[in-house]
Design a protein around this ligand. Structure first.
Ligand code: 13P
Length: 249
């Protein structure tokens, strides 16, 4: 099965109703590349409005609770995300791991809950600058991935991994193309070891300072099946050229 590119935007804690026009512009521009899956993971407050306005476009959440409902003030369960119109969610973003003390086990439970309720998942992993400098980035991210991956038997395109080196997020720094290739190759092997042939069909996205000027060369790397884009996903003028940079499949 050929893997389709997935270019997903993560709006993080950005976006008001006045920004819904950008979501619409992105959805409309994405139609120029029907061979690429495009999604926007919006703040929870915008999901329902965006999904209602753009029923054919993939809108996602940025986090989900491991339980469907209960006494968890401020949290959102997978059924709630689906109910609001989301078709996917990010789990395990390094900002949540850092700001909210999320563990690999907690991320694994969130991923499992999201998949079980029908949401597609983008599971994030990535090393700190300290780990990168120590030369241990690959074994550390492999360990993180194995500890965070849920059991899964469905369509492999529903579970994607995003490799996001923490030191590359929002900094303008990007690993060398060789380092990205080495990491993605290692993660592919882990997925195949864990899921067999299905692991070969799961997508591995790169995230961290992706922009129009570097997207083409990053997306051309073997085993880079898409991008998870933060800052450059907020404006259609920045994001659509990244979608267009995906090699033709
Ligand atoms: P930037 O693209 O702003 O570096 O953010 C990457 C990211 O964290 C996406 O989840």
């Amino acid at each position: 099965m050929a893997r389709r590119y997935l270019v997903a935007g993560n709006w993080k804690m950005h976006g008001l109703a006045s920004d819904l026009g950008e979501v619409a512009a992105i959805a409309s521009g994405a139609e120029r590349r029907p061979d690429v899956d495009v999604a926007l993971c919006l703040p929870a407050t915008l999901i329902e409005r965006a999904a209602r306005a753009l029923p054919a476009f993939a809108i996602g959440g940025q986090d989900v609770h491991a339980e469907d409902k209960g006494a968890h003030t401020g949290d959102i369960g997978a059924a709630m995300l689906s109910d609001a119109g989301a078709s996917l969610t990010i789990v395990g973003h390094s900002e949540r791991r850092a700001d909210h003390g999320e563990s690999d086990e907690g991320v694994q439970a969130k991923a499992a809950a999201a998949l079980a309720s029908g949401l597609d998942v983008i599971l994030c992993v990535g090393e700190s600058l300290e780990v990168r400098k120590s030369g241990q980035a690959i074994p550390e991210v492999e360990r993180q991935l194995l500890a965070s991956l849920p059991e899964f038997e469905g369509n492999p395109s529903r579970l994607s991994v995003a490799y996001e080196p923490i030191w590359a997020i929002g900094t303008g720094l990007v690993p060398s193309l060789e380092d990205i290739a080495a990491m993605h190759g290692a993660l592919r092997q882990q997925l195949v070891d864990r899921f067999g042939a299905a692991g070969g069909d799961m997508r591995i996205l790169y995230g961290g300072s992706v922009k129009a000027s570097n997207a083409g060369e990053i997306l051309a790397i073997d085993d880079v099946d898409g991008a998870l884009v933060g800052g450059a996903s907020l404006k259609s003028a920045d994001f659509l050229p990244i979608v267009e940079a995906a090699p033709q499949s």
